[in-house]
Design a protein around this ligand. Structure first.
Ligand code: ZN
Length: 257
């Protein structure tokens, strides 16, 4: 399995980061995409990547950070994006639920990162909350060349179809275990090549939400629900979602499998 969206640099892993990564390996997670969504996180993420050749980075400015990050960070971000271990730009998008940043700043950083992704030939990792229509409209206007993923997808078949038309994938994580009918319908009906796994650790622990923190090893809970919805075996879910993640992020995994 590949966890295409995690935050292992988060302070909630300070006490047990290495054991958490070991538990993930033991659970069958063979690669991670660490989301370095703010300037202060990039260095910490690189430090983890230096110890773990199976951990790749996505660099960007989260919409909630858009009001704090100076415009000239874009140049630094361009340098970060050239690093061999960086496989995507983001997470970027629009978050009108929390409104931690002015909408104008969110949209400016969103468009700047879409342009950077095209310039670098990288896919984009999209975060949106309470802004699906606005986010999809900008994506449909700009049509990112290397496509991307709608992270933490939690909507229905119509939104999934719009993502498909853009060549985007759907990030399937803990939400799929929460009993959301529209999401379940989308996961059942979406083309298999759209589905990638993610945890968003330490957030969004899959049911039964017993640990009060998510970690990549819990991807197995997401896979179990995905198998229920698709009628897949765990092996099939692993094979399909791993191939999809590799097609999108193109990470060099040593075993070539
Ligand atoms: Zn995230």
């Amino acid at each position: 399995m590949i966890d295409t969206h995690c935050h292992l640099a988060d302070k909630r892993f300070d006490k047990d980061r290495e054991p958490a990564i070991e538990r993930a390996h033991a659970a069958g997670v063979r690669a991670f995409v660490e989301i370095a969504y703010a300037p202060a996180i990039v260095e910490r993420a690189h430090a983890i990547a230096a110890r773990h050749p199976d951990l790749f980075l996505c660099v960007g400015v989260h919409p909630s950070e858009a009001g704090r990050v100076p415009d000239d960070y874009l140049e630094t971000l361009r340098d970060h994006a050239r690093h061999a271990r960086v496989v995507a730009i983001g997470e970027t998008g629009l978050d009108f639920y929390r409104d931690h940043a002015p909408r104008e700043a969110q949209e400016r950083w969103f468009r700047a990162q879409l342009a950077l992704a095209d310039e670098m030939g990288l896919p984009v990792v999209i975060h949106q909350r309470a802004a699906l229509e606005e986010t999809l409209t900008i994506l449909e206007e700009t049509r990112p060349a290397a496509a991307g993923v709608l992270h933490c997808f939690d909507d229905g078949p119509a939104a999934a179809e719009r993502a498909r038309a853009l060549g985007f994938k759907l990030g399937i994580g803990g939400c799929v275990t929460y009993g959301h009918d529209a999401l379940e319908a989308a996961v059942r009906s979406a083309p298999a090549e759209m589905l990638v796994l993610e945890t968003d650790s330490p957030y969004l622990e899959p049911e039964p939400r017993s640990l009060r923190r998510n970690e990549p090893a819990l991807l197995a809970r997401v896979v179990a629900r995905l198998c229920d919805l698709r009628g897949w075996s765990a092996d099939e879910a692993d094979r399909v979602t791993t191939a999809n993640a590799r097609a999108l992020f193109r990470f060099p995994l040593a075993d070539g499998a």
